[in-house]
Design a protein around this ligand. Structure first.
Ligand SMILES: Cc1cc2nc3c(=O)[nH]c(=O)nc-3n(C[C@H](O)[C@H](O)[C@H](O)COP(=O)(O)O)c2cc1C
Length: 348
């Protein structure tokens, strides 16, 4: 069943409109410098994230694993991530923990020299759900070993669970479970398309996590994805549509989080210019999932071609803001649209 769901998610994202109605990076603007006073070929995009040296601050966010085509996707992504010196997450590793024969669909990333590998488990799986037992520190360690992970992302996806017929809807106790695992292992908290509020950030600040992946509103909507899976006549079909645009926009969570956590800004990043906007707002790295998925189903070369274009866009944004390196880009001038300011102000 997990295998089928993983395969459905990839197919639905490839073949249907699943994005939030508004991409909030359109409300973030970098200011053009007519006199950049730097040479474009001197620009240095290197950065450090969770102690890993990256040649550019970009992470391929968690997408998949747990079914045969997932292995091919992870192989293509890992080959490209290794060549470009960027980070990469695998999808939820529950299937690999439950079915050892599926481990290779994740552990394939170990065949490549990816500088930052991020494992993945869901927060709902850290607490008992019906007759399903809760995962603990040992399971988390096993998941990390499966991919030689540098850090483990614990994903928060209660919008998806609420919109999914088979969803796990118990959420009480997640914070304690995250705290317990973070006391032993290097953990980041990660949303999956609905972002985090100021209150969530306050709560997470006490858990001992080493960072955050925003997974904010503006890109892939898991409420949208799930609505395509719900059979006609099931009331959850309506829930999925109604909550399509639910969540906290990625730039809003980033404004609140950048000073407090080493943050990956995922959620609606389409290109290297969006990535530059996120970095200028203080992100430790940009993160992308859906925008790389089609290439990942084709070949490693297709992913490399995408990454080459993204790097060219990032370098262009750095040149035109007079930023010779990522540190300077982080202090480039950013203008935020009023709606982003209003959300952020209300949650400060
Ligand atoms: C097909 C697909 C599967 C995903 N599976 C996972 C997952 O297993 N675990 C997770 O933490 N996030 C998962 N995500 C969420 C992404 O990591 C990311 O947070 C979200 O898609 C927003 O980024 P985007 O707008 O660039 O797609 C998945 C995304 C896609 C598109």
């Amino acid at each position: 069943m997990i295998q089928e769901r993983k395969s459905d998610h990839v197919d639905i994202v490839l073949n249907n409109r699943v994005s939030a109605s508004e991409n909030w990076w359109d409300g973030v603007h970098l200011v053009h410098r007519a006199l950049p006073e730097i040479d474009m070929d001197e620009i240095d995009t290197s950065a450090t994230l969770y102690s890993a040296e990256l040649s550019m601050p970009l992470v391929i966010s968690a997408i998949t694993g747990g079914y045969p085509r997932g292995e091919e996707i992870n192989r293509n992504l890992a080959e490209a991530a290794a060549e470009f010196g960027i980070g990469m997450g695998v999808g939820s590793q529950r299937a690999g923990l439950e079915h050892p024969d599926l481990e290779s669909t994740y552990s394939v990333v170990k065949d490549f020299d990816v500088p930052l590998v991020i494992g993945n488990l869901g927060a709902p799986q850290l607490i008992p759900q019906g007759d399903k037992r809760a995962y603990g520190v040992d399971d988390a360690r096993k998941a990390m070993d499966m991919v030689d992970a540098d850090v483990l992302a614990i994903h928060l996806n209660f919008l998806q669970e609420a919109a999914q017929p088979e969803g796990d809807r118990k959420a009480r106790g997640c914070l304690d479970a995250i705290t317990e695992i973070a006391s032993e292992l290097k953990v980041i908290a990660k949303e999956t398309g609905a972002g985090l509020s100021g209150a969530d950030l306050d709560a997470l600040a006490g858990t001992g996590i080493v960072g955050l992946d925003i997974g904010g509103l503006g890109g892939t909507s898991f409420s949208a994805v799930e609505t395509y899976r719900v059979p006609d006549g099931n009331p959850l079909k309506r829930v999925g549509t109604t909550f399509w645009d639910w969540g906290v926009p990625t730039p809003v969570t980033l404004s609140l989080a950048a000073d407090r956590f080493d943050t990956i800004a995922t959620g609606g990043i389409r290109n290297g210019l969006d990535a530059a906007k996120a970095l200028a707002m203080g992100a430790g790295s940009a993160g992308m999932a859906a925008a790389l998925l089609r290439a990942a189903t084709e070949s490693a070369d297709a992913v490399k071609a995408e990454l080459e274009a993204i790097r060219a866009e990032l370098v262009t944004a750095m040149f035109l803001t007079g930023s010779p390196d990522i540190r300077s880009l982080r202090s480039a001038q950013v203008i935020l649209d009023a709606e982003i300011e209003r959300w952020t102000g209300a949650m400060r």
